[in-house]
Design a protein around this ligand. Structure first.
Ligand code: FMN
Length: 227
């Protein structure tokens, strides 16, 4: 399904979630506005603390703006990939091969980020978020729960539309430059950049994740879950 008609595609939610892998090789072909509109609508449906919706998304399509974002992204990716490749030395062959494949796709995205038809830059306002773990003696994560469900909804909608996409956060490392480029006012900040476009290869497909029994417990931490 390429999102070519006017109606929303009817991919089942479990199939969409179970095949939503990172797609980093994207064609430069434009994404129709009505398709983008559905992706943004899906994002808008996400729950947020107190229904405040402390997030906004900048839909970047201007060539020059994407070019600058792309060069910022490529610099961050190069540092990340170098470090990741160094860590792979001595790793088991299977893990090494899988990670190398991911890094090769990441290299491709980094080189082509600026030619991606659309980049969704998700922003948030920490001043209007319900952050219930802010005073704990650990990194606070609850604020993210009022942002990333919207990002995930957008990813799932892309999946349903046959659009490739990947959640990226490397551009957050250079938030000052992104802020200036996209005129993001204080105290709004950046949470993710999602390049989207029709896939070069097969696009979404099977994913590899830990089995449920390794992730879920029954009633107490560590107590085996069994259905
Ligand atoms: C919080 C977060 C940050 C991520 N940042 C990046 C990124 O900056 N660049 C990138 O290429 N992928 C990024 N990813 C994608 C992950 O690498 C990807 O989801 C993971 O390797 C699993 O791959 P799969 O979904 O294809 O199975 C990010 C994913 C998450 C959830």
């Amino acid at each position: 399904m390429q999102g070519g008609d006017d109606s929303a595609p009817g991919l089942g939610v479990y199939e969409a979630m179970g095949t939503l892998r990172a797609v980093r090789r994207l064609r430069p072909d434009p994404v129709p506005s009505r398709v983008l509109e559905r992706v943004l609508l899906a994002a808008s449906w996400a729950p947020t603390g107190g229904n405040v919706q402390p997030w906004r998304v900048i839909v970047v399509r201007e060539a020059e703006t994407k070019r600058v974002l792309g060069s910022l992204y490529a610099a961050r990716w190069a540092a990340y990939a170098e470090q990741h490749r160094a860590q792979l030395e001595g790793a088991p062959e299977g893990l090494r091969a899988r990670t190398e494949r991911m890094l090769a796709a990441g290299d491709h995205l980094a080189g082509a980020f600026g030619e991606t038809p659309v980049v969704l830059v998700f922003c948030f306002n920490p001043k209007i978020m319900a952050i219930t773990d802010a005073k704990l003696d650990r990194i606070s994560v609850v604020g993210g729960a009022s942002i990333y469900p919207a990002v995930e909804n957008a990813l799932l909608a892309c999946r349903a539309e046959g659009l490739g996409c990947v959640l990226t956060t490397l551009l957050c490392e250079c938030e000052p430059e992104v802020r200036e480029l996209l005129s993001i006012p204080q105290p709004w900040a950046t949470a993710a950049a999602v390049p989207i476009g029709y896939p070069v290869l097969g696009g979404h497909g099977p994913i590899s994740r830990r089995p449920v029994e390794k992730l879920a417990f029954a009633d107490r931490w560590g107590r085996a879950w069994s259905s």
